[in-house]
Design a protein around this ligand. Structure first.
Ligand SMILES: [Ca+2]
Ligand SMILES: [Ca+2]
Length: 423
């Protein structure tokens, strides 16, 4: 991982995401019905099923079984799709930059008018899932902010702690998932495998006492992780982070990751979330390209009512950040994403609690934070209503007209006032 060190120990790191080579020989299959899915599971046997996604009648299997699954026409009729289980990986850009990060402070939250919005709400009562590398939950700025699964905490009937009794006490399919889940390692998510998720989480809901308070500093953070210490994860795990968050009470899922191409499974996971009233916020990607011609997912699924795709604003100038993807059809709006100071994983590298990062990864959580403020005020709003408020309350500018759906930049103050005015 390349980083560039500039004055006072600040690190400037930019994240570029793309799909790498297919994950070694894994395929994802989705069946039309649970009957066909159960039948194929029985035929293949548990030991040959790498990953199981019952909510979508889907599972991951080794591709050496592909012929066995597809050769029977009767079964093939009931297969909705088969796709490779590709790998998603964080990448760094060709060029790093030096800039005056130190003097910018918390420009992002100030720029969108968050202090005015805070007169109405701090986002209390809303669970925001961070689909990422995990969250360094012991960071002091997350005190009281982390989600605790009520069904996996306290004592069981034998007097053992539900957090560690190796029993799926709440029956949600995951043993001891008291602190969310890390799909990459297959256990409860208590740490950040890198530092990316911690930074994103801080922008959403670092506490008011933080040096860098989040946009919704009383919202609750759920870690639904899948990216490892190299920033890699599979498509199936990415889809599962969205499904897990949905099933366990999150109202918003922040996806500061992505890939080029298409993914039937991730699209289905997002639809699953939408049907259960969950909003997905996606980063538009960092390759300075038009994603209308080269779709970047999940952000380019913004034609769905429950997806908002977010580009990055250059620090304070209001212009598109030099790296930000854009798209008249596929990018909804812009938010601060350049030289953003937020919480950092204290266990990564030279210990520090804050750092400054750039990327559309940093822009998306500004929107997730505003969505949390809106839902906190009006919990009954649908994802579409929340999206409509956020897009219709943007500050329109010439810079963003024609290259985004809304033509403008996130406004926390205007969005929250619009929500407050609703019956
Ligand atoms: Ca459980
Ligand atoms: Ca348990």
């Amino acid at each position: 991982m390349r980083t560039l060190k500039i004055g006072q120990g600040w690190l400037i790191v930019l994240f570029f995401f793309t799909i790498q080579l297919a994950h070694a020989g894994e395929q994802i299959i989705r069946f039309e019905t649970s009957a066909a899915y159960n039948e194929m599971k029985a035929i293949l046997g548990n030991k040959n099923i790498i990953n199981d996604i019952p909510q979508l009648n889907a599972f991951v299997f080794d591709e050496r079984f592909l012929t066995q699954i597809t050769s029977n026409k009767f079964r093939a009729n009931r297969i909705r799709y088969i796709q490779k289980n590709r790998q998603i990986k964080l990448l760094l850009p060709a060029a790093a930059e030096t800039d005056k990060a130190v003097i910018l402070g918390n420009w992002g939250s100030e720029y969108i008018g968050v202090k005015t919005a805070w007169k109405r709400t701090y986002g209390r009562g809303v669970v925001v899932a961070v689909s990422d590398t995990g969250i360094a939950s012991s960071h002091p700025d997350f005190k009281g902010r982390m989600w605790l699964n009520p069904g996996e905490s306290g004592l069981d009937s034998n007097g053992k702690k539900k957090t560690s009794n190796k029993i799926d006490d709440d029956g949600n399919g995951y043993k001891d998932d008291a602190y969310g889940w890390d799909f990459g390692v297959g256990m409860s998510s208590t740490r950040d495998n890198l530092y990316h998720g911690t930074h994103v989480a801080g922008t959403i809901a670092a506490s008011l006492k933080s040096l860098t308070p989040g946009i919704a500093p009383e919202a609750t953070l759920m870690s639904s992780a899948f990216l490892d210490d190299t920033g890699s994860g599979t498509e199936a795990h990415g889809a599962q982070t969205i499904i897990y968050a949905t099933d366990n009470g999150a109202k918003i899922v922040n996806c500061s990751w992505g890939a080029y191409g298409d993914s039937a499974l991730i699209l289905d996971a997002i639809k699953y979330a939408g049907n259960k009233g969950v909003l997905v916020v996606g980063a538009s990607g960092n390759d300075a390209i038009n994603t209308d011609t080269k779709p970047h997912i999940p952000s380019a699924y913004n034609n769905l009512d429950n997806v908002i795709s977010v580009a990055a604003i250059q620090s304070k100038s209001g212009e598109p950040a030099w790296f930000s993807n854009f798209g008249f059809l596929t990018v909804d709006m812009a938010a601060p994403g350049h030289l953003i100071k937020s919480t950092f994983n204290p266990y990564y590298g030279a210990s520090r609690l804050y750092d400054t990062l750039s990327g559309t990864s940093m822009a998306a959580p500004h929107v997730s934070g505003v969505a949390a403020l809106i839902i906190s005020l009006k919990p009954r709003l649908s994802p579409k209503q929340v999206k409509d408020i956020i897009l219709s309350s943007v500050q329109k500018t010439a810079d963003w007209t024609g290259i985004t759906v809304s033509g403008g930049m996130l406004r926390a103050d205007t969005a929250v006032e619009q929500a407050a005015a609703l019956p």
